[in-house]
Design a protein around this ligand. Structure first.
Ligand SMILES: *Cc1c(COP(=O)(O)O)cnc(C)c1O
Length: 376
């Protein structure tokens, strides 16, 4: 069942079944709606799924990122490298803590950080890297871990788009000092709103539990707050839904992969676009399906034409250094050439677990027509 039914062909949608509904009802019937066993169990189960020791369930992916930055002790005067081609939350988590984001360019094939650009951006003030597995494609973890080790940097993995993905057989969630996942309804699994921080470090895990719970100590009294914290807790309702969804993650991933293959096969013959690249040494966890238009094609015109065919599409991402909220940290004009180029030409197509072959055909033929019609 696709939840978002307002449009016949939605951009995205989650998949909810009777077991999800029962899981939430059970929590309602139990009367225990917060600070209970569901959030703890969801943390443990998700950590286990991604080969991490500890999982701390929180209220959003953004909250997980914020806690990660705080737990690593990054603050004013520190520089952290981050792609501009990402969702705004990767950068906001740094800005909340007064960290200076240093925007780094990306690989034109995978849209993830380019290790050579990472090296070139290092300064004596660099404390770490906010790595993003863009669209569910793992970043070049081998090179990034090697750079981090050589320069004593710490890594956060913003894996909010990549639950279930693997790099050279290693699960994302087991590679960085701290990794984060998100469960908004367009993600691989959903809790409505929600997020997770995972780590192998018991001190980071303990600090994260405290930070999500108003800075309370794990053993202390309810009204003792040894540090400044937040209310970033996940409710029992959300956590129960998350556990129920997580049990079907492998199936969801397989369905999404199937839809992606249908698109890629169908679009292979279409002139004017490039389908997404999947490097041979990774397991992609498909989050969105994003094609790249050839140079010179007016993307806005394609979006408009698709719309007249009833096909939604989205320019995706709009680089963060171009956003007013982060403009202060924008690098010199022209210093992120790949990001600028890619961001001007990428187009997300409708994508969810249950997209049928007929719907893929409808999107593809509309795109084919839009590309043939264009006046340039
Ligand atoms: C979804 C997402 C997040 C977290 O989003 P929330 O809405 O706060 O759960 C963070 N980073 C990226 C790259 C994302 O796509």
């Amino acid at each position: 069942m696709t939840v978002q039914t307002s449009m016949e062909l939605p951009m995205a949608g989650s998949e909810l079944d009777e077991s999800d509904i029962q899981a939430v009802l059970n929590v309602l019937r139990s009367g225990r709606l917060a600070l209970g066993p569901e959030a703890e169990a969801f943390g443990e189960e998700l950590a286990q799924r991604v080969d991490a020791r500890f999982g701390v369930a929180v209220s959003s992916g953004t909250a997980a990122l914020h806690i990660a930055v705080r737990a690593l002790g990054w603050g004013p005067g520190d520089e952290v490298l981050v792609p501009s081609f990402t969702f705004v939350a990767s950068v906001n988590a740094l800005l909340y803590e007064g960290v200076t984001p240093v925007f780094v360019d990306i690989d034109p094939r995978t849209f993830c950080l380019d290790p050579q650009c990472v090296e070139a951006a290092l300064t004596p003030r660099t404390k770490g890297i906010m790595v993003v597995d863009v669209f569910g494609h793992p970043a070049p973890w081998g090179e990034l871990l090697e750079i981090a080790q050589r320069h004593g940097l710490r890594l956060i993995d913003d894996s909010c788009e990549a639950l279930g993905a693997e790099y050279q057989g290693r699960k994302l969630g087991s590679l960085a000092d701290v990794s984060t996942f998100a469960f908004y309804p367009n993600k691989q699994i959903t809790t409505g709103e929600g997020g997770m921080l995972v780590t192998d470090d018991p001190q980071i895990a303990s600090l994260a539990r405290s930070l999500r719970n108003q800075g309370r100590g794990e053993m202390g009294a309810w009204l003792e707050h040894p540090r400044l914290g937040f209310n970033y807790r996940m409710s029992e309702l959300n956590a129960a839904l998350g556990r129920s969804q997580l049990a079907r993650l492998d199936r969801f991933m397989a369905l999404r992969e199937q839809v992606a293959h249908m698109y890629t096969q169908r679009l292979a013959k279409v002139e004017g676009i490039k389908p997404p690249v999947v490097e041979p040494d990774v397991r992609m966890s498909w989050f969105v399906y994003v094609v790249t238009l050839d140079e010179g094609i007016q993307r806005d015109e394609i979006v408009r034409t698709l719309k007249t065919h009833g096909v939604p599409s989205r320019a995706y991402f709009s680089p963060i250094h171009r956003q007013p909220c982060a403009a202060q940290w924008a690098p010199e004009e022209g210093s992120l050439p790949v990001t600028e180029d890619v961001a001007a030409r990428t187009l997300a197509l409708p994508f969810h677990n249950r997209l049928s072959e007929a719907q893929v055909e409808r999107v593809a033929s509309a795109l084919e027509e839009a590309l043939a019609d264009r006046r340039d």
